[in-house]
Design a protein around this ligand. Structure first.
Ligand SMILES: Cc1cc2nc3c(=O)[nH]c(=O)nc-3n(C[C@H](O)[C@H](O)[C@H](O)COP(=O)(O)OP(=O)(O)OC[C@H]3O[C@@H](n4cnc5c(N)ncnc54)[C@H](O)[C@@H]3O)c2cc1C
Length: 380
């Protein structure tokens, strides 16, 4: 049976960016598989589409910054339309402790760059419904909304043009192994052999390796988003506002209304990660009315839930599994997978092609760091 160079499981933003990055580096005979019918059926199609590079973690901020540079000026070959609507982003904090913590990390060049200090009057100037008065606001003028659909399609179409074969409705049932190495994957349509298999399986990241007794622990957290009905008072190009700390809440214009999140964070099994919990809606409404009292008469036009998937230390997991040859991870992208996707794909491609990476974030994201238990390090 033919042996592929690489199978990537999962064509969300992680798998799509990885496929494009390996193909761009000349790797041929790559197969990108997904169990879903359409790309973007899971987290990649259910997020808030915000580019926020300010992240209080140097390893992730670096990836976000590199990715933002790419989204700001993609080549027309990659995507003919703009990927980023740089309407700006305010990071805000209300109570003293949160405001001090935000001021500390946002002024740290390892975590954020180019933030300007403002107050809530600046936010009110953009958002007529915003009424909060007390608090700090940090302005990031070059951030804002990403066109996630265009970004994912550009990775996929670019990869396909360079020869990557893309198969939908192809669920991987098991990983195939022969003692110390991965042999490929088993699907409903039979086995497919490969030299390497990359797992970009989002909320299901731990499942396939677990069956091979190669556990890596991930927590799936459900978060809801709500969109209010169109309202001519809401400026369509107003900035994102993201309040951090105890009272986390964010909003941005969407389809004439506002997209809101009360930033709920509930651990669930992946099977429940996309089930809308209507009990959350009053909490979102309560937060929205505190921040945006002008929304008092607004209807919710749409609401949905999605999964944010976290490794044990909340950092991405990118690189080879040290326990078995040929298994690569591109997982645990938490709440920053869209923002960081370009650099995630680049880093994953380096590991897949060169088996090493000099990227400054590589050690912090390598799966090795999560394998504290020496038993797990024994090569099988
Ligand atoms: C409410 C919400 C808001 C968010 N907002 C933002 C934001 O504003 N900015 C940002 O940067 N990030 C945001 N995120 C995070 C972002 O959406 C994720 O980090 C990112 O989409 C993860 O991409 P992924 O490719 O890892 O996962 P997914 O998009 O879920 O893709 C995984 C794919 O793997 C496939 N798969 C799984 N198992 C198998 C199998 N056995 N066989 C075949 N296929 C399989 C699935 O079908 C799926 O298509 C948000 C997330 C949520 C939920």
């Amino acid at each position: 049976m033919k042996r592929r160079k690489l199978i990537i499981v999962g064509n969300g933003i992680a798998g799509a960016a990885t496929a494009w990055a390996v193909a761009r580096r000349g790797l041929t005979d790559v197969l990108l598989l997904d169990g879903a019918t359409q790309p973007g059926s899971h987290s990649t199609g259910r997020n808030a589409a915000i580019l926020r590079t300010a992240i209080p973690d140097a390893a992730l901020h670096r990836l976000a910054r590199e990715s933002a540079a790419f989204y700001r000026a993609p080549s027309t070959d990659f995507c003919p339309t703009p990927l980023l609507a740089a309407n700006g982003l305010f990071l805000t904090a209300t109570n003293g402790a949160d405001a001090n913590a935000l001021a500390d990390w946002i002024s740290n060049p390892g975590f954020a760059s180019g933030a300007e200090r403002h107050n809530f009057a600046a936010v009110r100037a953009h958002h007529p419904y915003f009424r909060a008065t007390e608090g700090d606001a940090w302005w990031l003028p070059n951030e804002g909304g990403l066109d996630v659909h265009a970004l994912q399609q550009s990775y996929l179409q670019g990869a396909a043009k360079m020869g990557v074969e893309i198969r939908a409705r192809c669920q991987v049932q098991h990983l195939l192994r022969d003692s110390g190495r991965i042999l490929g994957v088993a699907t409903g349509a039979g086995p497919i052999l490969a030299e390497q298999v990359a797992l970009a399986t989002g909320g299901w990241a731990g499942f396939l390796p677990e069956e091979l007794q190669l556990p890596l622990s991930f927590t799936v957290c459900r978060r809801h988003l709500v969109v209010t009905a169109a309202d001519s008072v809401i400026p369509p190009h107003a900035p994102v506002v993201w309040n951090v700390g105890q009272d986390e809440f964010y909003f941005r214009p969407e389809s004439g209304g506002l997209l809101l999140s009360g930033c709920d964070h509930v651990a669930v099994p992946p099977a429940q990660g996309e089930i809308l919990d209507r009990d959350i809606l009053p909490t979102v409404a309560e937060k929205a009315l505190r921040w945006l009292p002008g929304l008092a008469d607004a209807r919710f036009a749409n609401a949905w839930a999605g999964m944010r998937t976290f490794s044990q230390d909340n950092r991405f997991v990118i690189g080879p599994d040290p326990r078995i040859e040929g298994l690569q991870w591109v997982a645990g992208l938490g709440g920053h997978g869209i923002t960081c996707s370009y650099a995630v794909g680049e880093l994953a491609a380096e590991w897949i092609l060169n088996h090493q990476s000099n990227h400054a974030s590589a050690p912090a994201l390598h799966p090795q760091r999560l394998l504290q238990d020496s038993q797990q390090l024994v090569r099988c």
